[in-house]
Design a protein around this ligand. Structure first.
Ligand SMILES: Nc1ncnc2c1ncn2[C@@H]1O[C@H](COP(=O)(O)OP(=O)(O)O)[C@@H](O)[C@H]1O
Ligand SMILES: [Mg+2]
Length: 241
């Protein structure tokens, strides 16, 4: 079952009178339960494509179906709702609120849910998610009191608090040393295999891409090739339907 289908996606930025074509016709599919690396050299268009996949930006041309929803027909409110329900995001720079504890950072997206939760329920869910990423003993630490790897794990817990089926990570290990990178990547592998979360991580680092099961290589706004995903016979346990 495919979660993502792109057909002929193009993105051209307009800089005054000059058109800058960045994505030049991208077609691909990603199956549910995949762990994908979107790779390619700096400037090849990885972040531009991720912003489109994450419904943060719209393509100039082409079609994008996410979970069978034709996203090009959605207005900005509908896209925001789709992001809230189905997508989590993790960035290179963690993007945590500085004067806010790990627990409050993780709880933040719960205040935007359609049905309000009690304070006790919010605290319980955020605590559970921080335990899931191995930070049960760091609930009340501020970001500045945590290591880089711990901060990224807080960001991952925050991204997953609404249980999205799809997680995007743009250069998630870009600010981490190699040992800590390895820990974060192992966490992605576990979330993928145990919880069935589909993960798309953007990276220019072949060592990071080696953790993925599908590698999508970009070169100057086009796909170089796309390794075929494993056949359905190898579908993962716990895969979301
Ligand atoms: N908002 C923008 N306006 C104009 N050009 C942009 C914009 N965002 C990205 N680009 C250009 O698009 C190309 C691809 O950028 P990007 O998607 O960030 O690549 P990558 O993430 O692979 O390094 C670059 O040449 C960049 O300068
Ligand atoms: Mg980038």
């Amino acid at each position: 079952m495919e979660l993502i289908k792109l057909n002929g996606i193009e993105k051209t930025y307009q800089m005054g009178d000059i058109s800058v074509p960045v994505l030049k016709g991208i077609s691909l599919t990603v199956e549910r339960g995949q762990l994908v690396a979107l790779t390619g050299s700096s400037g090849s268009g990885k972040s531009t494509l991720m912003n489109i996949l994450g419904c943060l930006d719209r393509p100039s041309a082409g079609e994008y179906w996410l979970d069978d929803i034709a996203t090009s027909q959605l207005n900005s409110d509908e896209r925001a709702l789709l992001r809230n329900r189905k997508l989590g995001f993790v960035f290179q720079s963690f993007n945590l609120l500085a004067r806010t504890s790990a627990l409050e950072n993780v709880a933040m997206p719960l205040s935007y849910t359609s049905e309000p939760l009690s304070d006790g329920e919010i605290k319980k869910r955020a605590t559970e998610m921080l335990s899931r990423v191995g930070l049960a003993d760091r609930l009340h630490h501020l970001p500045s009191q945590l290591s880089g790897g711990q901060q990224q794990r807080v960001a991952i817990a925050r991204a997953l608090i609404n249980h999205p089926p799809l997680l995007f990570a743009d250069e998630p290990t870009g600010n981490l040393d190699s040992h800590t990178s390895e820990e974060v990547l192992q966490m992605f592998e576990r979330l993928n295999s145990e919880d069935g979360i589909t993960i798309i991580m953007v990276t220019h680092d072949p060592k990071v891409a080696a953790h993925a099961r599908q590698i999508i290589r970009m070169d100057d706004g086009l796909l170089q090739n796309s390794d075929p995903p494993p056949s359905s016979a190898q579908a993962l346990p716990g895969e979301l339907s």
